[in-house]
Ligand binder design. Structure first.
Ligand code: PLP
Ligand code: COI
Length: 364
């Protein structure tokens, strides 16, 4: 467990914070992405000057010129990570340096300013330290952190912006999918694609999510919770979901997931689960999986379990895949391996178990 070095953030605390009782009521059932903490971290970038003016301030609307480049050409990237409440009351972060690294890579792909990883970690650490009271109880959830960067130069020329803001906000997060839902139903999208080779699929940029929304709408219209995207070239291979990676548990106990190849977000949960599965002695395969083969394996029983994984979704079992042609039942209940991997991961994240890989960072 390590802690992060502090830089000189100017801290302006909120003066009219809500009462502890009001906050407790909000934290009892926060849902996802609606109950925000009191503060935000902001760091500014100006070409020629670099990153400057690191601040923590009361959460407030942004002031942007209507010609700010982000509003026109979508130079925007973000991260998703969580702060967990340990049994001894400590606030813990899970592999934050992996988020900082991925953020830098996303910035590179979108021709944005490179934020030093130390500064990313400092901003997150200091925001969580100040807003630790917004971390829900472990039975309820976590504090979801949303670091993001936007292009703020007032310029309509199509070129990389010369000015950026790096901002971190936080919201209390319960389950991403409703607890009563059981295994989720997923729409297999055969019409639109999320990413293509040479595109921005492996960057965490807002545009990827905008591109996924018509499929998400279609999923909802068909009674599904999420979308599974196929590859852009052949519409044959499973890739990932709208906001999470996908993994399959085979009859022989192998854990199988599509390989990273530029079109899939390299999920930190994905990487962690592959490591934990290897720790458990499981065979792990990162290899292409054709959707038709997956359907056949579900019917024959070769495919035992299918689940989604990501920061927001944690590990969520997939019960049924639906497509325009019909339904394919995987399983009506949470599989054994899915449940075991979820428990092992969550026990580490909430500080209830040994952390053999040194993934947890204490905030402070
Ligand atoms: N894939 C997409 C498209 C995502 O939005 C996410 C969520 O961040 C993931 C995968 C999982 O990534 P991680 O485990 O790092 O949260
Ligand atoms: C996350 O899991 O952090 C995501 O970014 C997925 C989604 C909420 C956008």
């Amino acid at each position: 467990m390590s802690t992060t070095r502090e830089t000189a953030f100017t801290i302006t605390p909120k003066t009219d914070a809500i009462s502890a009782a009001e906050r407790a009521a909000l934290l009892a059932n926060p849902g996802f992405g609606r109950v925000f903490s009191d503060h935000m971290a902001v760091v500014t970038y100006t070409e020629g000057k670099g990153w400057h003016t690191p601040e923590i301030m009361p959460r407030q609307p942004l002031m942007l010129d209507p010609a700010a480049s982000v509003l026109h050409y979508a130079q925007e990237i973000f991260e998703g990570m969580k702060a967990y409440r340990a049994p001894n009351g400590d606030a813990l972060l899970f592999r934050p340096e992996a988020n900082a690294r991925r953020f830098r890579k996303s910035a590179e792909r979108m021709a944005m300013a490179q934020l030093p990883e130390e500064l990313f970690l400092d901003a997150v650490n200091q925001l969580v330290k100040l807003d630790a009271g917004w971390i829900p109880d472990p039975e309820v959830g976590t504090l979801y952190l949303r670091p993001f960067m936007i292009a703020t130069e007032t310029a309509l020329g199509v070129k990389p912006s010369a000015e950026y803001k790096f901002i971190v906000i936080a919201c209390a997060a319960g389950d991403y999918f409703s607890k009563d839902a059981g295994p989720v139903t997923v729409w297999v999208e055969e019409r639109t694609v999320r990413a293509s080779r040479g595109g921005t699929g492996e960057a965490k940029c807002g545009g990827n999510y905008a591109a996924s929304l018509t499929a998400q709408q279609e999923a909802k219209a068909n009674g599904c919770h999420q979308v599974l995207f196929l590859d852009a070239n052949e519409r044959k291979w499973i890739e990932e979901m709208g906001g999470m990676n996908v993994m399959a548990v085979m009859e022989d106990g192998t854990l199988k997931t599509p390989p990273l190849g530029g079109t899939i977000l390299p999920g930190i949960t994905r990487d962690s689960l592959l490591t934990l599965a290897r720790d458990k002695g499981m065979t792990v395969k990162e290899e292409p999986y054709a959707i038709e083969q997956l359907y056949a394996d579900a019917a024959s029983g070769r495919l035992r379990e299918l689940f989604a994984c990501g920061t927001a979704a944690v590990v969520t079992p997939i019960g049924t895949l639906k497509s325009a042609e019909g339904d394919h039942l995987i399983s009506g209940q949470t599989g054994e391996v899915t449940a075991s991997l979820r428990k092992t991961l969550c026990d580490i994240q909430f500080g209830r178990a040994e952390d053999p890989h040194g993934w947890m960072h204490r905030v402070g």
